[in-house]
Write a protein that binds this ligand. Sequence first.
Ligand code: FAD
Length: 471
Amino acid sequence: MEEKDVVVIGGGPAGYIAAIRASQLGAKVALIEKDKLGGTCLNRGCIPTKTLLRGVELIGLVNKAKHYGINTGEVTVDFAKMMKWKDKIVKMLEVGIYSLMKSNTIEVIKGRGELTSATQVEVETERGEKRTIQTKRIILALGSIPASVSIPGADSPGVITTDDALKLPQIPKSLVIIGGGVIGVEFATIFAKLGARVTLVEMLPQIIPNEDSELALSLEKSLRKDGVQIFTGAQVIGIEDNPNGVKSVIVSTEQGERRCETQLVLIATGREPYIEGLGLERIGVATTKDGIKTNEKMETNIAGIYAAGDAVGGILLAHVASAEGMIAAENALGKNSKMDYKVVPRCIYTMPEIGTVGITAKEAERKGLPVKVGIFPLARNSKALILGEQDGFVKLVTDAKSGEILGFHIFGPQATELVAEAALTMHMKGTVHEILSTIHAHPTLYEAIRETALEVQGIPIHNLAKGGRLS
Ligand code: FAD
């Protein structure tokens, strides 16, 4: 029988990172992947969506070029080419992961892994062979799949998942997106900017329901500007087929029922752990409805078995999955590492983008924390004006006494990059004073973060002083 020190099942951002870390710590590692290395993130998630978003961003940039004295012809989109370019980027990154595996001497086994005991994994390979691997440690990094919904008509043709949306042959004429969370708003941005008539339906009172309400309202406004029709506090109660080939989505709103005619319906209501048929019950690995149960060391209830990524529930983000994969691998190799979820940047790739970390002012209020909040409009940041992207703002939520940064929320260009400054400051338990006393380069977007810190302190420099004079 073949033997390994560590077997990782699942080659997404949790699994392949865990495999690399385990190998770095001296283990003989096998990584089992039934589909493509990179998992959801690379093949059906982060990377393909952001590549398409870069494409639609370019449409906006070219259209804006005339303001800078650059004349271009009419902008047209070759959607098939756009999709091919996306596939090319995905492929390049997949090849990159293979070379990482090779350079770390990790054996990649293509096939479906199943646990036959707490120390044995069986793989049915792509070629139909069965391989049994004896191992000291197992890391389960199985990921997630689009959650099923119980809406009548949701199983009819023309109702698609996000996986399908990334394989469409043409830009749909119209699209109803069910779910106004992070994934829903990203797809709304892509298809609205490509000219589809997009409707977004969110059950909760605001889109991106877990985020700051001012961010949500600003995003709502910018999506509406792109022609997206938005229903919040609304529920899809049925999807019907019409004789003309068009679908009707029946939406229950506070004002009554609305029928939205559409070519396609995209379900973006969330994801569920992909843990069926893995043999978890056989071995007694504890699960909840969110996924595999783990502690802060990513240990399951069975000694020697660890789990990481979307399969354990919690925050379903690639960087969280990778962090958990690292922790799982380190503990599998005898270290004592723990996950800390306090500072997790959350990025929303809309136009403008959103970058956020920590808590909102409302959450702080609910926790009884006295806070001081500063807001700085990007219209007063020179780089935003240079870029022609001055819509947006930065908001800092700080502890009123110590000045510690509790939350950072930005709506604006490159927000998903700018959030890094706040994340690092928060991780180092930095305060508004550290941001203030750090010289920020000019002209940059991140100067706006320092300006927001000045707002918190009541000494704005590039914003009008309240009441016309500085306090
Ligand atoms: P996955 O990436 O799902 O990988 C799990 C892998 O395990 C899969 O490849 C699967 O084939 C394999 N597998 C499962 N069972 C077996 C088995 N029995 N045997 C062998 N192999 C198996 N996150 C971000 O941080 N930023 C983003 O911008 C972002 N955008 C997203 C956009 C979309 C449309 C979607 C759907 C998700 C997005 N995410 C994003 C979320 C991100 O993709 C996931 O959080 C991340 O992929 C989770 O990583 P994972 O390794 O846990 O699981």
